[in-house]
Design a protein. Structure first.
Lengths: 274, 407, 1105
């Protein structure tokens, strides 16, 4: 009955492994942390909140002597001329913008800071699902934010702030896709993606062809999106070796290995070549 | 090794093995039973026959093999003479036979055939047949020696003593019964008593074989018209067997083994039973493969193997080949040569009656003599027909579709 | 008298006795062995083993069930009982009294009841006497009548008494009950609690072994009474098995060992994971109706347990992997009606591994099966290792299908269908057989493969489109010119020039083959028509042509590449199965420029039917300019290297010999010689050509002049699957001395098992393989051409052939045999013959073109819901002539004109309707909705802002304005075209659930389903009050008695959608151009009938001479 023995062995092994991983994080109260820890956390909270509207740190359990990985996403090469979006198809949209709207695909700052880059920890320990929902707003016939990352199972509120018809057509590959009309201004429909889908998928509006947004569904809340100034920051990270992935809708993804010590504030930077 | 296998394969071809077997039979009768000598006139005859075989072998390879085998046997048996019936010799023969069989089992193809559950009993039968015949003849030989020396057969010497039916007879019989039952059960379990799928007329296995005890008949079909081989001959066999006690009036050898005193009776029977009947069964069992074509014991049963079918009737042989003229329309004329031959063959009996067999005729009287003679002739018809087939590819002596009479 | 002196014994009695003793013991032993051998059966071991597994599970459950909480509760109950008893004890005397009284009453009741019964019995008996007396006019008739009446009276009184006594008895009971009430309640609660445990216990007793009753019931000699281990069987009265010319009902005993086949929870881990993902996605997309949701979730939990289980379940204990399709009681093929062997084949009644006809799927499997530690009694160890001591059984008529061919079993009943639901393999396989044209050479006499068009193009005009030089090289080696071609290689195959062929013969064969090819080419070009085709009218631009070819839909049926970049980014030669089958419908465009000439291409693309009235290629209504561009592009696709391949001139000697070989069949040698001497080489070639075309059967796939009405050359395959093993010629692969491995023509290793499936597989994989090591005369060698099938393709084809059996099933078991299904199947057949799936999705399959058109919004429509969607008259009209209505004028892809005959179009329309389970025609198109509905509809319409995408201005359907806005994406069909085109009910349904009808459609879901109830939600229910809708609200209120009613309606998706439908109905146009106008229908050249098309259409069609 060699087969049976073998399977038993496998099972016990996997158990051991599971337990081993389980010991990774132990939960502590907020107040037991040092000031700097708290400071760090709040910072991280702000940063990530800016990115996804999901304050990861707030959601996840605080971690003893947690580290932060922050940094800058830069763009090298001649910065591409972003085309202006032609909104004449829907007069309403046009009316929402005084000056011409530029396409958000590549947003590069004066010093070549690249915005809208999803940065996340690939092999991060699991974190509890955030209670605060991520928000995807449609304002002025544009998605805000343009790219975002959420955690699997996290609630997402899709909002239509425009007085026109939008239809949210999410086209994931792993999760089930949906296409919902939002004819009413201010109406919100709540969704969530249960399966992890790290390569971001497109969310589009069939009514307004120019409207698109990208969303990644990640296993943990250790993610962030670079802002206009190209900065990002992933906080509350337990010490260890990690692979940090940066993804841009046009320039694809990059990876970096980092090792963070206790309470360290690691600074790394990604560079995308145009 | 392969040469040896080839040698056996060739020897086992129906025609050759038949000639070999027959000659072995006569050799044994002459040298080992009748105490013949190579020096003697008869002995020379045997040598000459062998020589003819060898000479023919120079032109026809298989016959050479036959010749070699013939001389080996002749030399061995003639050399042994009466000693063939020594217990030791018998033991060694048995050992050699068994060893040969065992070694052959190492050959894949031989194993496939011999180890087939249906064939196992027949393989066993070969040995049993040999052993019992040997024992019987052995006793006969010693009795003959005794009688020649003016003594009395062994059985007579002990026939005065008396024994109880129980336990001496019945008890032992019962034991045999029990033991046989055990053997049977073990056997049937061991070989998974070979029942096959439900019979399916749409798909007949190739080769389609009769049960082993009928394989002799099936083999006869190769040489005879179904009507003869399937109906007439079997009937005659049964009738003949029933008739034996009435034909055989020889008072000698009652209650004791003897050959010299009943050479004709025993000789004819043994030849018919061993060489004609058993030989055919064995051929049909082991050597007939797909499409009923012939395969040596070490040959693979390849369904693609084909045998040339160029058999012709006597009429064609006579009219077309010899006289090179078209076949006569009228069947009576067309088949005349065949019919005449058959007539002649049947006519032999009366001729013999006045000729060499006068003694028999007088001793037995007309009725017995003719019945016996014709049974004997029919029996001989088989080997004759076989030889004719092998020599001239002869299909039928008489072939009258008009009245479905084929001989 | 003196004692007789003892007679000595011949044997020593002691030895005899000894022998006797020993042998009799022996006899006993072997008898025992016999019984044992008869008693110990493999299937018993399996049943025990399975019981063991179940036992484990049940015990686990019991343990889980009997947890702390449970124990606490039970304890509590015990306590209560005790209290109750104490309570009673307190009023002991009263209780006892009551009890006593009750007993008396019980006694009385019993007596009374009995009296009543007796009286009744007497009465009944008497009734008969009365009747008898009456009928026979007996004297005592009246007296009997009197007695009867008395009895009636008696019965009445007895009954009365009984009722009274009963009443009193019940009263007494009640009095006692007062005391026992509490205890009773407690007992009931206890029962509820322990119910589950008891059930489990029962199950446990039934499976636990060894247990007293199982040991006794299964003991040898006793086990005929009521054994717990017994053979399970289902009798299938209308699925027959062939037994000597007689179809007898099947008796499947498979579950005797395959215990859990119909029981969920015994899947292998792999299966469990697959099912889990499937079910989860179903739940996510809430495709499961709310009522079944709970079960589904339970199943998910169970599957999860299975995946986590410590040990994997092995066969024969596994659950059927497709319970929802087969065996499951809720599935379309429940075990009790279909059993197992109806699909899997095998010996239905057998209970032994080998006898049942299990067939290994590979060499490795066979090896494992054959293993056994001790052949007489396979031991437990063997079973656990799944070694069966298997030996090939050549006598079996219906061996099982090996696992990879399991779907072959579908054909028997589903041969009347194009798509077999849930059997993707066989569906693809049959499609492949149809496309590659196996049916053309091998007659397959069933609905699926009869009356199909010839797989190859007509060669009656070959001289018009190509040159002999090309034709020669093509025939010599088609796949060299187009690696993906469907045309098989006939020449220079392994049995002609393979390594096994001796060099001298090889050289000779090459000569012969050259000669044959030359002769075939000569004949084809001699017999070909030579019409002159006009040159392109405009100067073509290749670039534009390319762009056209890729955008207007050619790529639905064609490929234009012979290399492909695989996932590793390496460029390699393309294989057929790199592309969807549909795209092999037309030939691969690669090198077409080398093959043919501009004039022909130009006219062909403009109107294929002009060249060959039966050409499968439809008319794309190209303008002269477009046609010229495309021509330019196609001509630019060159393959110059191909034309440099050597073209050996025919060897006169070879030609002569071959020709003579044919001639002497009909004349003597001398006449043949004379005839040949009279013929010049060319004439000889022509003669030989004709004979060679007959020999290789070219005419069965291509139309060639002078071969009408010849029978196809291949073996008929109608019942090939039922042929028994010994009818297949394995050549030298059947024998024990040679290896059964071989390297096939494409260099892969293959193995020939001695089974029918393996024979067929290897035959289609490398058709000439069974000629290996055989020396045959040239013309006797195997002729089947090499399709260069990949292993997967070969398996698919094999599974079809295996499925073609003579096994009968009763009428009522045949799939899709009612008129509705027939109609839809006929439609599907035509769809498959016209390759609609190249561009459209038809019932969830097809749209091969998708890979060529990046944006899904520019793809041709999904026709899955076409039946319920389209009105038949419109559809008929549109099919005949797509130009009558441009639904999405901005599309580049064109619906081509197929020049369907009326019958064909009608067949399609009927087919779609039937498929959508709709009546072909309805009256709804004449409805005129009420003004109120229209008004409400309009408001809802505006609230949902539909007009943002849908135009509402009336247009000429034939050529509506192409909207010239920056991005045409934000557009949807003009709704004024709906009334004439769409079915009334469908519109509302579509607005409700677009994404469920056509997954991924751009039509947004406005009424999302509630994940819990699965019902529709309406966004307007709440939004009604928002200021932006103030106007609409004001407008709507008058139509409802009050605001609540309005709100209610606004929350009701069904009502809303119906209003909108009515509105849309009201704005629709109801007139459009009829088909056939304009030049879209071609002017037909006079034609004569042609055998391969379905008779009905063919009546109008005639053939070119």
């Amino acid at each position: 009955m060699s087969l049976r023995k073998y399977l038993n062995l496998m099972f016990t092994l996997s158990l051991v492994v599971a337990i081993g991983c389980g010991q990774g994080k132990e939960v502590v109260d907020e107040k037991d942390l040092g000031e700097d820890d708290q400071a760090l956390q709040t910072a991280a909270a702000e940063n990530t909140a800016g990115g996804t509207g999901a304050p990861a740190a707030a959601a996840t359990a605080a971690v003893a002597n947690a580290a932060t990985v922050g940094g800058l996403v830069k763009f090298e090469g001649t910065k591409p001329k972003s085309p202006t979006v032609q909104m004449s198809a829907d007069p309403y949209c046009a009316s929402q913008h005084k000056d011409a709207v530029v396409d958000e695909e590549v947003v590069v700052g004066p010093a070549g800071e690249l915005a809208n880059v999803i940065v996340y920890v690939k092999n991060a320990p699991a974190t509890p699902t955030p209670t605060t929902p991520a928000v995807l707003d449609q304002r002025g016939c544009q998605y805000i934010p343009h790219v975002s990352a959420v955690q699997a199972g996290q609630k997402i509120q899709i909002k239509n702030s425009d007085n026109t018809l939008h239809n949210v057509h999410a086209m994931p590959n792993v999760n089930g896709q949906f296409n919902e009309g939002q004819p009413v201004q201010g109406m919100v429909s709540e969704k969530k993606f249960d399966k992890v889908e790290p390569t971001p998928f497109r969310i589009k509006c069939d009514v307004h062809g120019w409207m698109k947004s990208y969303m990644a569904v990640l296993p943990s809340s250790y993610h962030s999106v670079s802002q206009a100034n190209g900065t990002f920051s992933i906080g509350n990270l337990p010490p260890g070796n990690y692979t940090i992935v940066a993804w841009h809708e046009k320039y694809g993804s990059q990876e970096q290995q980092v090792t963070v010590a206790a309470n360290e504030q690691k600074q790394i930077s990604f560079t995308f070549k145009g | 090794m392969t040469f040896l296998k080839n040698f056996v394969n060739v020897l086992s071809v129906a025609s050759i093995s038949f000639i070999l077997l027959s000659s072995v039979f006569f050799i044994i009768v002459y040298f080992n039973l009748m105490g013949g000598r190579l020096k003697s006139k008869g002995g020379i005859g045997f040598v000459v026959f062998g020589a003819i075989l060898v000479v023919a072998g120079l032109f026809v390879r298989p016959l050479l093999y036959l010749g070699v085998a013939y001389f080996l046997v002749l030399w061995a048996l003639a050399g042994l003479g009466g000693r063939l019936w020594d217990a030791k010799v018998g033991k060694w023969m048995l050992i050699f036979g068994g060893a040969g069989f065992a070694l052959s089992l190492l050959d894949g193809n031989f194993f496939l055939i011999a180890a087939k559950p249906d064939n196992v009993p027949i393989a066993a039968m070969i040995f049993l047949l040999g052993i019992f015949t040997w024992i019987a003849l052995r006793k006969a030989y010693y009795n003959d020696q005794a009688i020649l020396a003016g003594g009395i057969p062994y059985e007579k010497t002990e026939s005065d003593e008396k024994l109880f039916t129980w336990p001496d007879l019945v008890y032992t019989e019962m034991l045999c019964m029990i033991i046989l039952t055990i053997v049977m059960i073990v056997w049937s379990i061991g070989l998974r008593a070979p029942l096959e799928e439900a019979a399916n007329p749409t798909s007949s296995p190739n080769p389609a074989k009769a049960p082993w005890y009928f394989l002799g008949l099936q083999e006869m079909l190769v040489y005879f018209d179904p009507w003869l081989a399937g109906v007439v001959l079997p009937t005659l066999i049964i009738v003949g067997l029933m008739a034996i006690p009435y034909i055989d009036t020889n008072p000698k050898g009652n209650g004791y083994y003897s050959f010299r005193e009943r050479k004709w009776e025993i000789g004819v029977f043994l030849y018919g039973f061993l060489v004609l009947w058993s030989f055919l069964i064995i051929t049909g069992t082991f050597l007939r493969g797909p499409n009923w074509s012939f395969y040596g014991p070490y040959e693979f049963w390849d369904p693609n193997k084909l045998e040339p079918l160029v058999n012709i009737d006597l009429s064609e042989l006579f009219w077309v080949k010899m006289l090179s003229m078209p076949l006569p329309k009228l069947w009576l004329i067309r088949e005349a040569p065949g019919l005449i031959l058959v007539m002649l063959y049947l006519g032999i009996a009366p001729l013999l009656a006045i000729g060499p067999f006068r003694r028999f005729y007088q001793k037995m009287g007309a009725a017995r003599y003719y019945v016996g003679a014709y049974l004997f002739l029919t029996m001989l018809a088989l080997p004759i027909k076989m030889v004719l087939r092998w020599l001239f590819n002869l299909k039928y002596l008489v072939h009258i579709q008009e009245i479905f009479l084929n001989i | 008298m003196k004692p007789q002196e003892p007679i000595p014994h011949n044997y020593s009695m002691r030895t005899l006795n000894l022998i006797f003793a020993l042998t009799s013991i022996g006899l006993l032993a072997v008898t025992g062995a016999m019984v044992f051998y008869d008693y110990v059966r493999g299937w018993k071991w399996f049943q025990l083993e399975f019981n063991r597994i179940q036992q484990g599970r049940i015990e686990q459950e019991l343990r889980a069930n009997n947890d702390e909480a449970m124990r606490k509760q039970l304890a509590a109950l015990d306590k209560e009982t005790r209290e109750g008893q104490v309570e009673i004890a307190r009023h002991r005397d009263r209780y006892v009294a009551a009890q006593k009284e009750l007993e008396e009453w019980e006694g009385r009741h019993y007596a009374a009841d009995q009296d009543y019964r007796f009286a009744k019995a007497l009465l009944d008996a008497k009734r008969y006497e009365v009747e008898a007396a009456h009928v026979q006019h007996r004297a005592d008739e009246h007296q009997k009548q009197r007695e009867y009446d008395e009895l009636v009276a008696r019965l009445a009184s007895r009954n009365l008494r009984l009722q009274q006594v009963t009443r009193d008895r019940d009263a007494a009971r009640a009095r006692v009950g007062v005391f026992l009430a509490n205890i009773q309640k407690v007992e009931d609660r206890r029962k509820e609690l322990t119910a589950k445990a008891e059930l489990l216990q029962k199950q446990l007793n039934s499976v636990s072994f060894p247990s007293a009753n199982s040991l006794i019931l299964n003991a040898p000699m006793v086990d005929f009474i009521n054994p717990t281990l017994k053979i399970d069987q289902v009798v299938l009265n209308d699925l027959f098995i062939e037994m000597n010319y007689m179809a007898v009902p099947r008796v499947d005993r498979c579950q005797t060992c395959h215990r859990a086949i119909d029981r969920p929870g015994f899947e292998s881990k792999k299966e469990a994971e697959r099912l889990l993902t499937e079910l989860r996605t179903k739940l996510d997309k809430n495709l499961i109706e709310p009522s079944r949701r709970a079960d589904a979730e339970a199943r998910v939990a169970e599957l999860e347990r299975t995946t986590k289980a410590s040990q994997d379940i092995l066969n024969p204990f596994r659950t059927h992997p497709k319970l929802d399709m087969f065996v499951g009681s809720a599935s379309p093929h429940p075990l009790l009606e279909y059993g197992c062997t109806a699909c899997h084949r095998g010996q239905d009644r057998a209970t032994e591994f080998g006898r049942a006809g299990h067939t290994p799927m590979s060499k490795r499997m066979e090896m494992r099966w054959k293993k056994v530690s001790f052949p007489l009694f396979p031991r437990t160890k063997d079973y656990e290792q799944r070694n069966w001591g298997y030996e090939v059984n050549p006598f079996l008529d219906t061996p099982m299908y090996p696992r990879q061919y399991s779907e072959a079993g579908c054909v028997k009943c589903h041969a009347g269908q194009i798509d077999v639901e849930g059997a993707e393999k066989i569906t693809k396989a049959t499609h492949m057989v149809e496309l590659y044209g196996c049916h053309a050479c091998h007659k397959i006499d069933n609905w699926r493969f009869s009356e199909l068009q010839k797989p190859g193009p007509s060669l009656e005009g070959i001289a018009e489109k190509t040159t002999p030089e090309w034709a020669y090289r093509w025939i010599a080696n088609p796949s060299r010119f187009r690696p993906t071609t469907r045309m098989p290689s006939f020449f220079y195959q392994r049995n002609m020039v393979g390594p096994a062929v001796p060099p001298a013969e090889r050289a000779q064969n090459v000569k012969y083959q050259d000669a044959e090819i030359h002769s075939i080419v000569t004949y084809l070009f001699k017999s070909s028509t030579r019409r002159a085709w006009s040159a392109p009218t405009a100067a073509g631009d290749a670039a534009r042509g390319k762009e056209l070819v890729e955008s207007i839909g050619c790529m639905g049926c064609h490929i234009s590449q012979d290399t492909i970049k695989d996932d590793k980014g390496v460029v390699r030669v393309a294989k057929r199965d790199d592309f969807p089958l549909e795209r092999h419908f037309g030939f691969n465009l690669v090198g077409v420029g080398t093959k043919t000439n501009p004039n022909w291409v130009f006219n062909w693309v403009k109107n294929p039917k002009a060249y060959d009235p039966l050409a499968p290629m439809p008319n794309l209504r190209l303008s002269d300019q477009e046609a010229s561009d495309i021509t330019a592009y196609l001509i630019s696709l060159q393959k110059p290297r191909f034309m440099q391949d050597p073209m050996r001139p025919p060897d006169p000697k070879a030609v002569r010999e071959l020709a003579k070989g044919y001639l002497i069949n009909t004349m003597t040698d001398r006449d043949a010689e004379a005839k040949l001497n009279a013929m010049p080489l060319r004439a000889q070639l022509e003669y030989l050509g004709q004979r060679s075309i007959e020999k290789y059967g070219c005419y069965s796939c291509h139309d060639i002049r002078g071969f009408d009405g010849l029978k196809p050359i291949g073996t008929e395959l109608t019942i090939e699957g039922s042929k028994t093993l010994h009818l297949f010629d394995f050549g030298f692969f059947g024998d024990s001395t040679h290896t059964h491995d071989y390297g096939n023509d494409d260099g892969e290793k293959e193995h020939v098992l001695h089974t029918v499936p393996s024979w067929i597989y290897n035959k289609v994989r490398s058709p000439r393989v069974y000629d290996d090591r055989r020396a045959k005369p040239y013309n006797d060698k195997l002729k089947m051409p090499n399709f260069h099938l990949s292993p997967e393709e070969a398996q698919l084809v094999t599974s079809v052939v295996l499925g073609l059996t003579k096994e009968k099933v009763a009428e009522n078991r045949l799939a899709a045999r009612d008129p509705r299904h027939r109609a839809s199947e006929e439609g599907r057949k035509l769809i498959s013959q016209s390759n609609c799936r190249g561009c459209h999705v038809v019932n969830r399959r097809g749209r091969a073109i998708a890979s060529m058109i990046p944006d899904p919004n520019f793809l041709p429509p999904d026709l899955t819901p076409e039946g319920p969607r389209a009105q038949s008259p419109w559809l008929f009209n549109f099919l005949k002539d797509p130009t009558v209505m441009k639904i999405r004028p901005w599309m580049r892809v064109r619906m081509p004109t197929f020049q369907f005959t009326d019958n064909q179009a009608a067949t399609l329309v009927a087919g779609f309707a039937a498929e959508g389970n709709e009546h072909q025609f309805d009256t709804t198109q004449f409805l005129t909705p009420s003004a109120q509905n229209i008004a409400i509809g309009r408001e809802v319409f505006t609230m949902l802002r539909c007009q943002q995408c849908h135009s509402l201005t009336q247009v000429d359907p034939a050529n509506p304005p192409i909207p010239n806005i920056a991005d045409t994406q934000s557009l949807a069909p003009n709704l004024t075209l709906s009334k004439i085109r769409l079915r009334h009910d469908w519109i509302a349904d579509w607005i409700r659930r677009p994404d469920e009808m056509i997954p991924g459609t751009r039509m947004p879901t406005n009424f999302p389903r509630d994940p819990k109830t699965g019902g529709f939600q309406s966004p307007l229910a709440l939004a009604m009050d928002s200021p932006q809708f103030a106007a609409q609200k004001a407008a709507l209120l008058p139509y409802f008695q009050d605001e609540t009613a309005l709100k209610k309606t606004m929350g009701d998706a069904v009502a809303l959608t119906n209003y909108m439908r009515d509105y849309i109905w009201s704005i629709g146009i109801d007139r459009m151009r009829s088909a056939g106008a304009g030049e879209s229908t071609p002017q037909r050249v006079p034609l004569q009938p042609q055998p391969t098309t379905p008779p009905a259409p063919a009546t109008q069609e005639t053939r070119l001479r």
